[in-house]
Design a protein around this ligand. Structure first.
Ligand SMILES: NC(=O)c1ccc[n+]([C@@H]2O[C@H](COP(=O)([O-])OP(=O)(O)OC[C@H]3O[C@@H](n4cnc5c(N)ncnc54)[C@H](OP(=O)(O)O)[C@@H]3O)[C@@H](O)[C@H]2O)c1
Length: 247
């Protein structure tokens, strides 16, 4: 489905990003993905994918470091060309009630989950335009950006911002056949929700119409849809994957 397409995924070392890298490379894409701190996991993923005969590269990138973003993207353009698909996946949480939240908790989350997307997308979208390349940009938002979640004012603000960013950018880039969409997962089984205690988890699952936490592969399936021609008339939208939680 993505044969010979070049895909760039941020935060591919684990969790949802790892599943996305795996799924898109299985579909024939040449994938370049980044990690921040988990070099060993990233390299292990690379080895697994290469053993299947697919082309894959992993690079160290802190998405909050603008100089690193610029130099990493330049080296990608020079070495591999302009990506056909950009998946802005890297993200963090620093949960606290707002009155107890430090400035660091606020700015780290906004910088990682929102500001970094501006820097990366600005560069990649411009290159797509210059190269007259049809493209797909996929931003990983969250249900917390739609309904709000206690303890997540920083995260909700960033993820809601990402939905607005997606809508506006889709309007700017549509005439160049560059599609821009967001995904809003609910609770997905990764390190990010590891801290949920047994009781909180049971209570949370009871509120999900499908009565279970989502699998990261289920998010990757939707990324594949948005990356491929199957979604050729889909832009400016946010697809929720939450087992019905926000319905
Ligand atoms: N899990 C959920 O329930 C859920 C729900 C809604 C939305 N999401 C969103 O889905 C995305 C992936 O979440 P996840 O659950 O897979 O999280 P995760 O398991 O905690 O993985 C986070 C990924 O982001 C990378 N990352 C973190 N900070 C970074 C930075 N400064 N620069 C570059 N990469 C950085 C990590 O790299 P290293 O491992 O190398 O540090 C890792 O690959 C996030 O945007 C998250 O907000 C998740």
């Amino acid at each position: 489905m993505l044969k010979d397409k070049l895909v760039f995924v941020t935060g591919g070392s684990r969790g949802i990003g790892e599943a996305i890298v795996d799924k898109l490379s299985c579909s024939g894409a040449n994938v370049i993905f980044t990690y921040n701190s988990n070099q060993e996991k990233a390299e292990a993923l690379c080895e697994r994918i290469k053993a299947r005969g697919n082309e894959v590269h992993c690079l160290k990138l802190d998405v909050t470091n603008i100089e690193e973003v610029t130099s990493t993207l330049e080296s990608i353009y020079n070495q591999f060309g302009v990506p056909d698909v950009l998946v802005n996946n890297a993200g963090i949480t620093r949960d606290k009630l707002m009155v107890q939240m430090s400035y660091t908790d606020w700015f780290e989350v906004i910088n990682t989950n929102l500001n970094s997307i501006f820097h990366i997308t600005k560069s990649v979208a411009y290159k797509m335009l210059l190269n007259e390349k049809a493209g797909s940009i996929i931003n990983m938002s969250s249900v917390s950006g739609i309904v709000g979640t206690m303890g997540q004012t920083n995260y909700s603000a960033a993820k809601a911002g990402l939905i607005g960013f997606t809508r506006s950018l889709a309007k700017e880039l549509g005439k160049y056949n560059i599609r821009v969409n967001a995904i809003a997962p609910g609770y997905i089984e990764t390190d990010m929700i590891e801290d949920l205690k047994d009781k909180g988890r049971k209570e949370m699952v009871s509120r999900i119409p499908l009565k279970r936490i989502g699998r990261r592969e289920e998010v990757a399936d939707v990324v594949l849809f948005l990356a491929s021609r199957m979604s050729s008339y889909v832009t400016g939208t946010t697809i929720t994957i939450d087992g019905g939680l926000s319905s």
